[in-house]
Ligand binder design. Sequence first.
Ligand code: HEC
Length: 273
Amino acid sequence: MKKLNKLSLLTFTILASKLLTSCGGVPEETSTVGKESKVFAVGEVLEMVAKENDVTRTLYTKAIVGKGKKQGMKFDEDWRKDDIEAGPLPALFLRGVATSIKKSPVPLGLYLGSDYPVNAANKFIGKQANLFEKIKVDQKPQFFYDEEQKLHTAMFADLAGAGACVSCHNDHKQSPKTDWELGDVMGATTWQYPKDSLTYKETVDVLKSYADGTVDIYKQYLKEIGEFKESDKPEIGKKWPEEGNFLPSAEVFLDSVKKLSSYETMKHLVVSK
Ligand code: HEC
């Protein structure tokens, strides 16, 4: 958990220093549109939201899926089917977030791909496939402008950060690779946005649409549990699977995500500006 807090602190530091710079009357290089000056480069914003995603994804994978499985909870790729009483796998949790963002007015795109995907539809092609080769070597993010889609694009390594990532992919019957190891670059998250710079409000909206997306998919999971007929339903409330057959409520889950991330803090800063 300490590591996660450090990440949020980093986001916070970036935001705070940006704000101080702009309040201190230092002229911004970027153009001023309307009343709000464009202060964030698209790469910076995508980096921030990618970090929020790391925090959320790790929390979901370790505290819900990893610990939940030990309590006998099930997670399945077909979790939405009526006859399957299970929750979403981490990748499908992410897909749920992406779908929710797509429905929002925020033009943010999110995709999880790999060169050895369990689901062939997740295989990187073209420029993203080339850049993924680089990411596998140095694990550094890659930024480029996708001319065809007219979208600013950023790719971030998706690491095997938990034993559950490795064992599930290696054992999966559709997996084209069965020797994943802890710490491997298993894939990358690709983020896209149409503009090259964002105002504070647009930046907050991007972070908020991501957070709203996580709540959205988490609530869908809890709703699915409500419809379980055969399985033992976990008690939903304040406790986590670590303590037994429990799942945090959407509020408790979001609260943890918020504690580990920092968009709320930023919202305050923007409002008091
Ligand atoms: C219990 C099984 C399971 C666990 C745990 C799991 N995955 Fe997956 N993962 C899958 C399945 C199944 C898919 C394909 C989902 C789909 O239909 O798109 C997938 C998709 C992915 C993809 C997209 C490319 C592909 O393989 O289709 C990446 C990258 C990925 N997972 C990485 C991870 C990482 C990193 C972790 C740990 C943080 C993790 N997975 C945990 C089963 C799992």
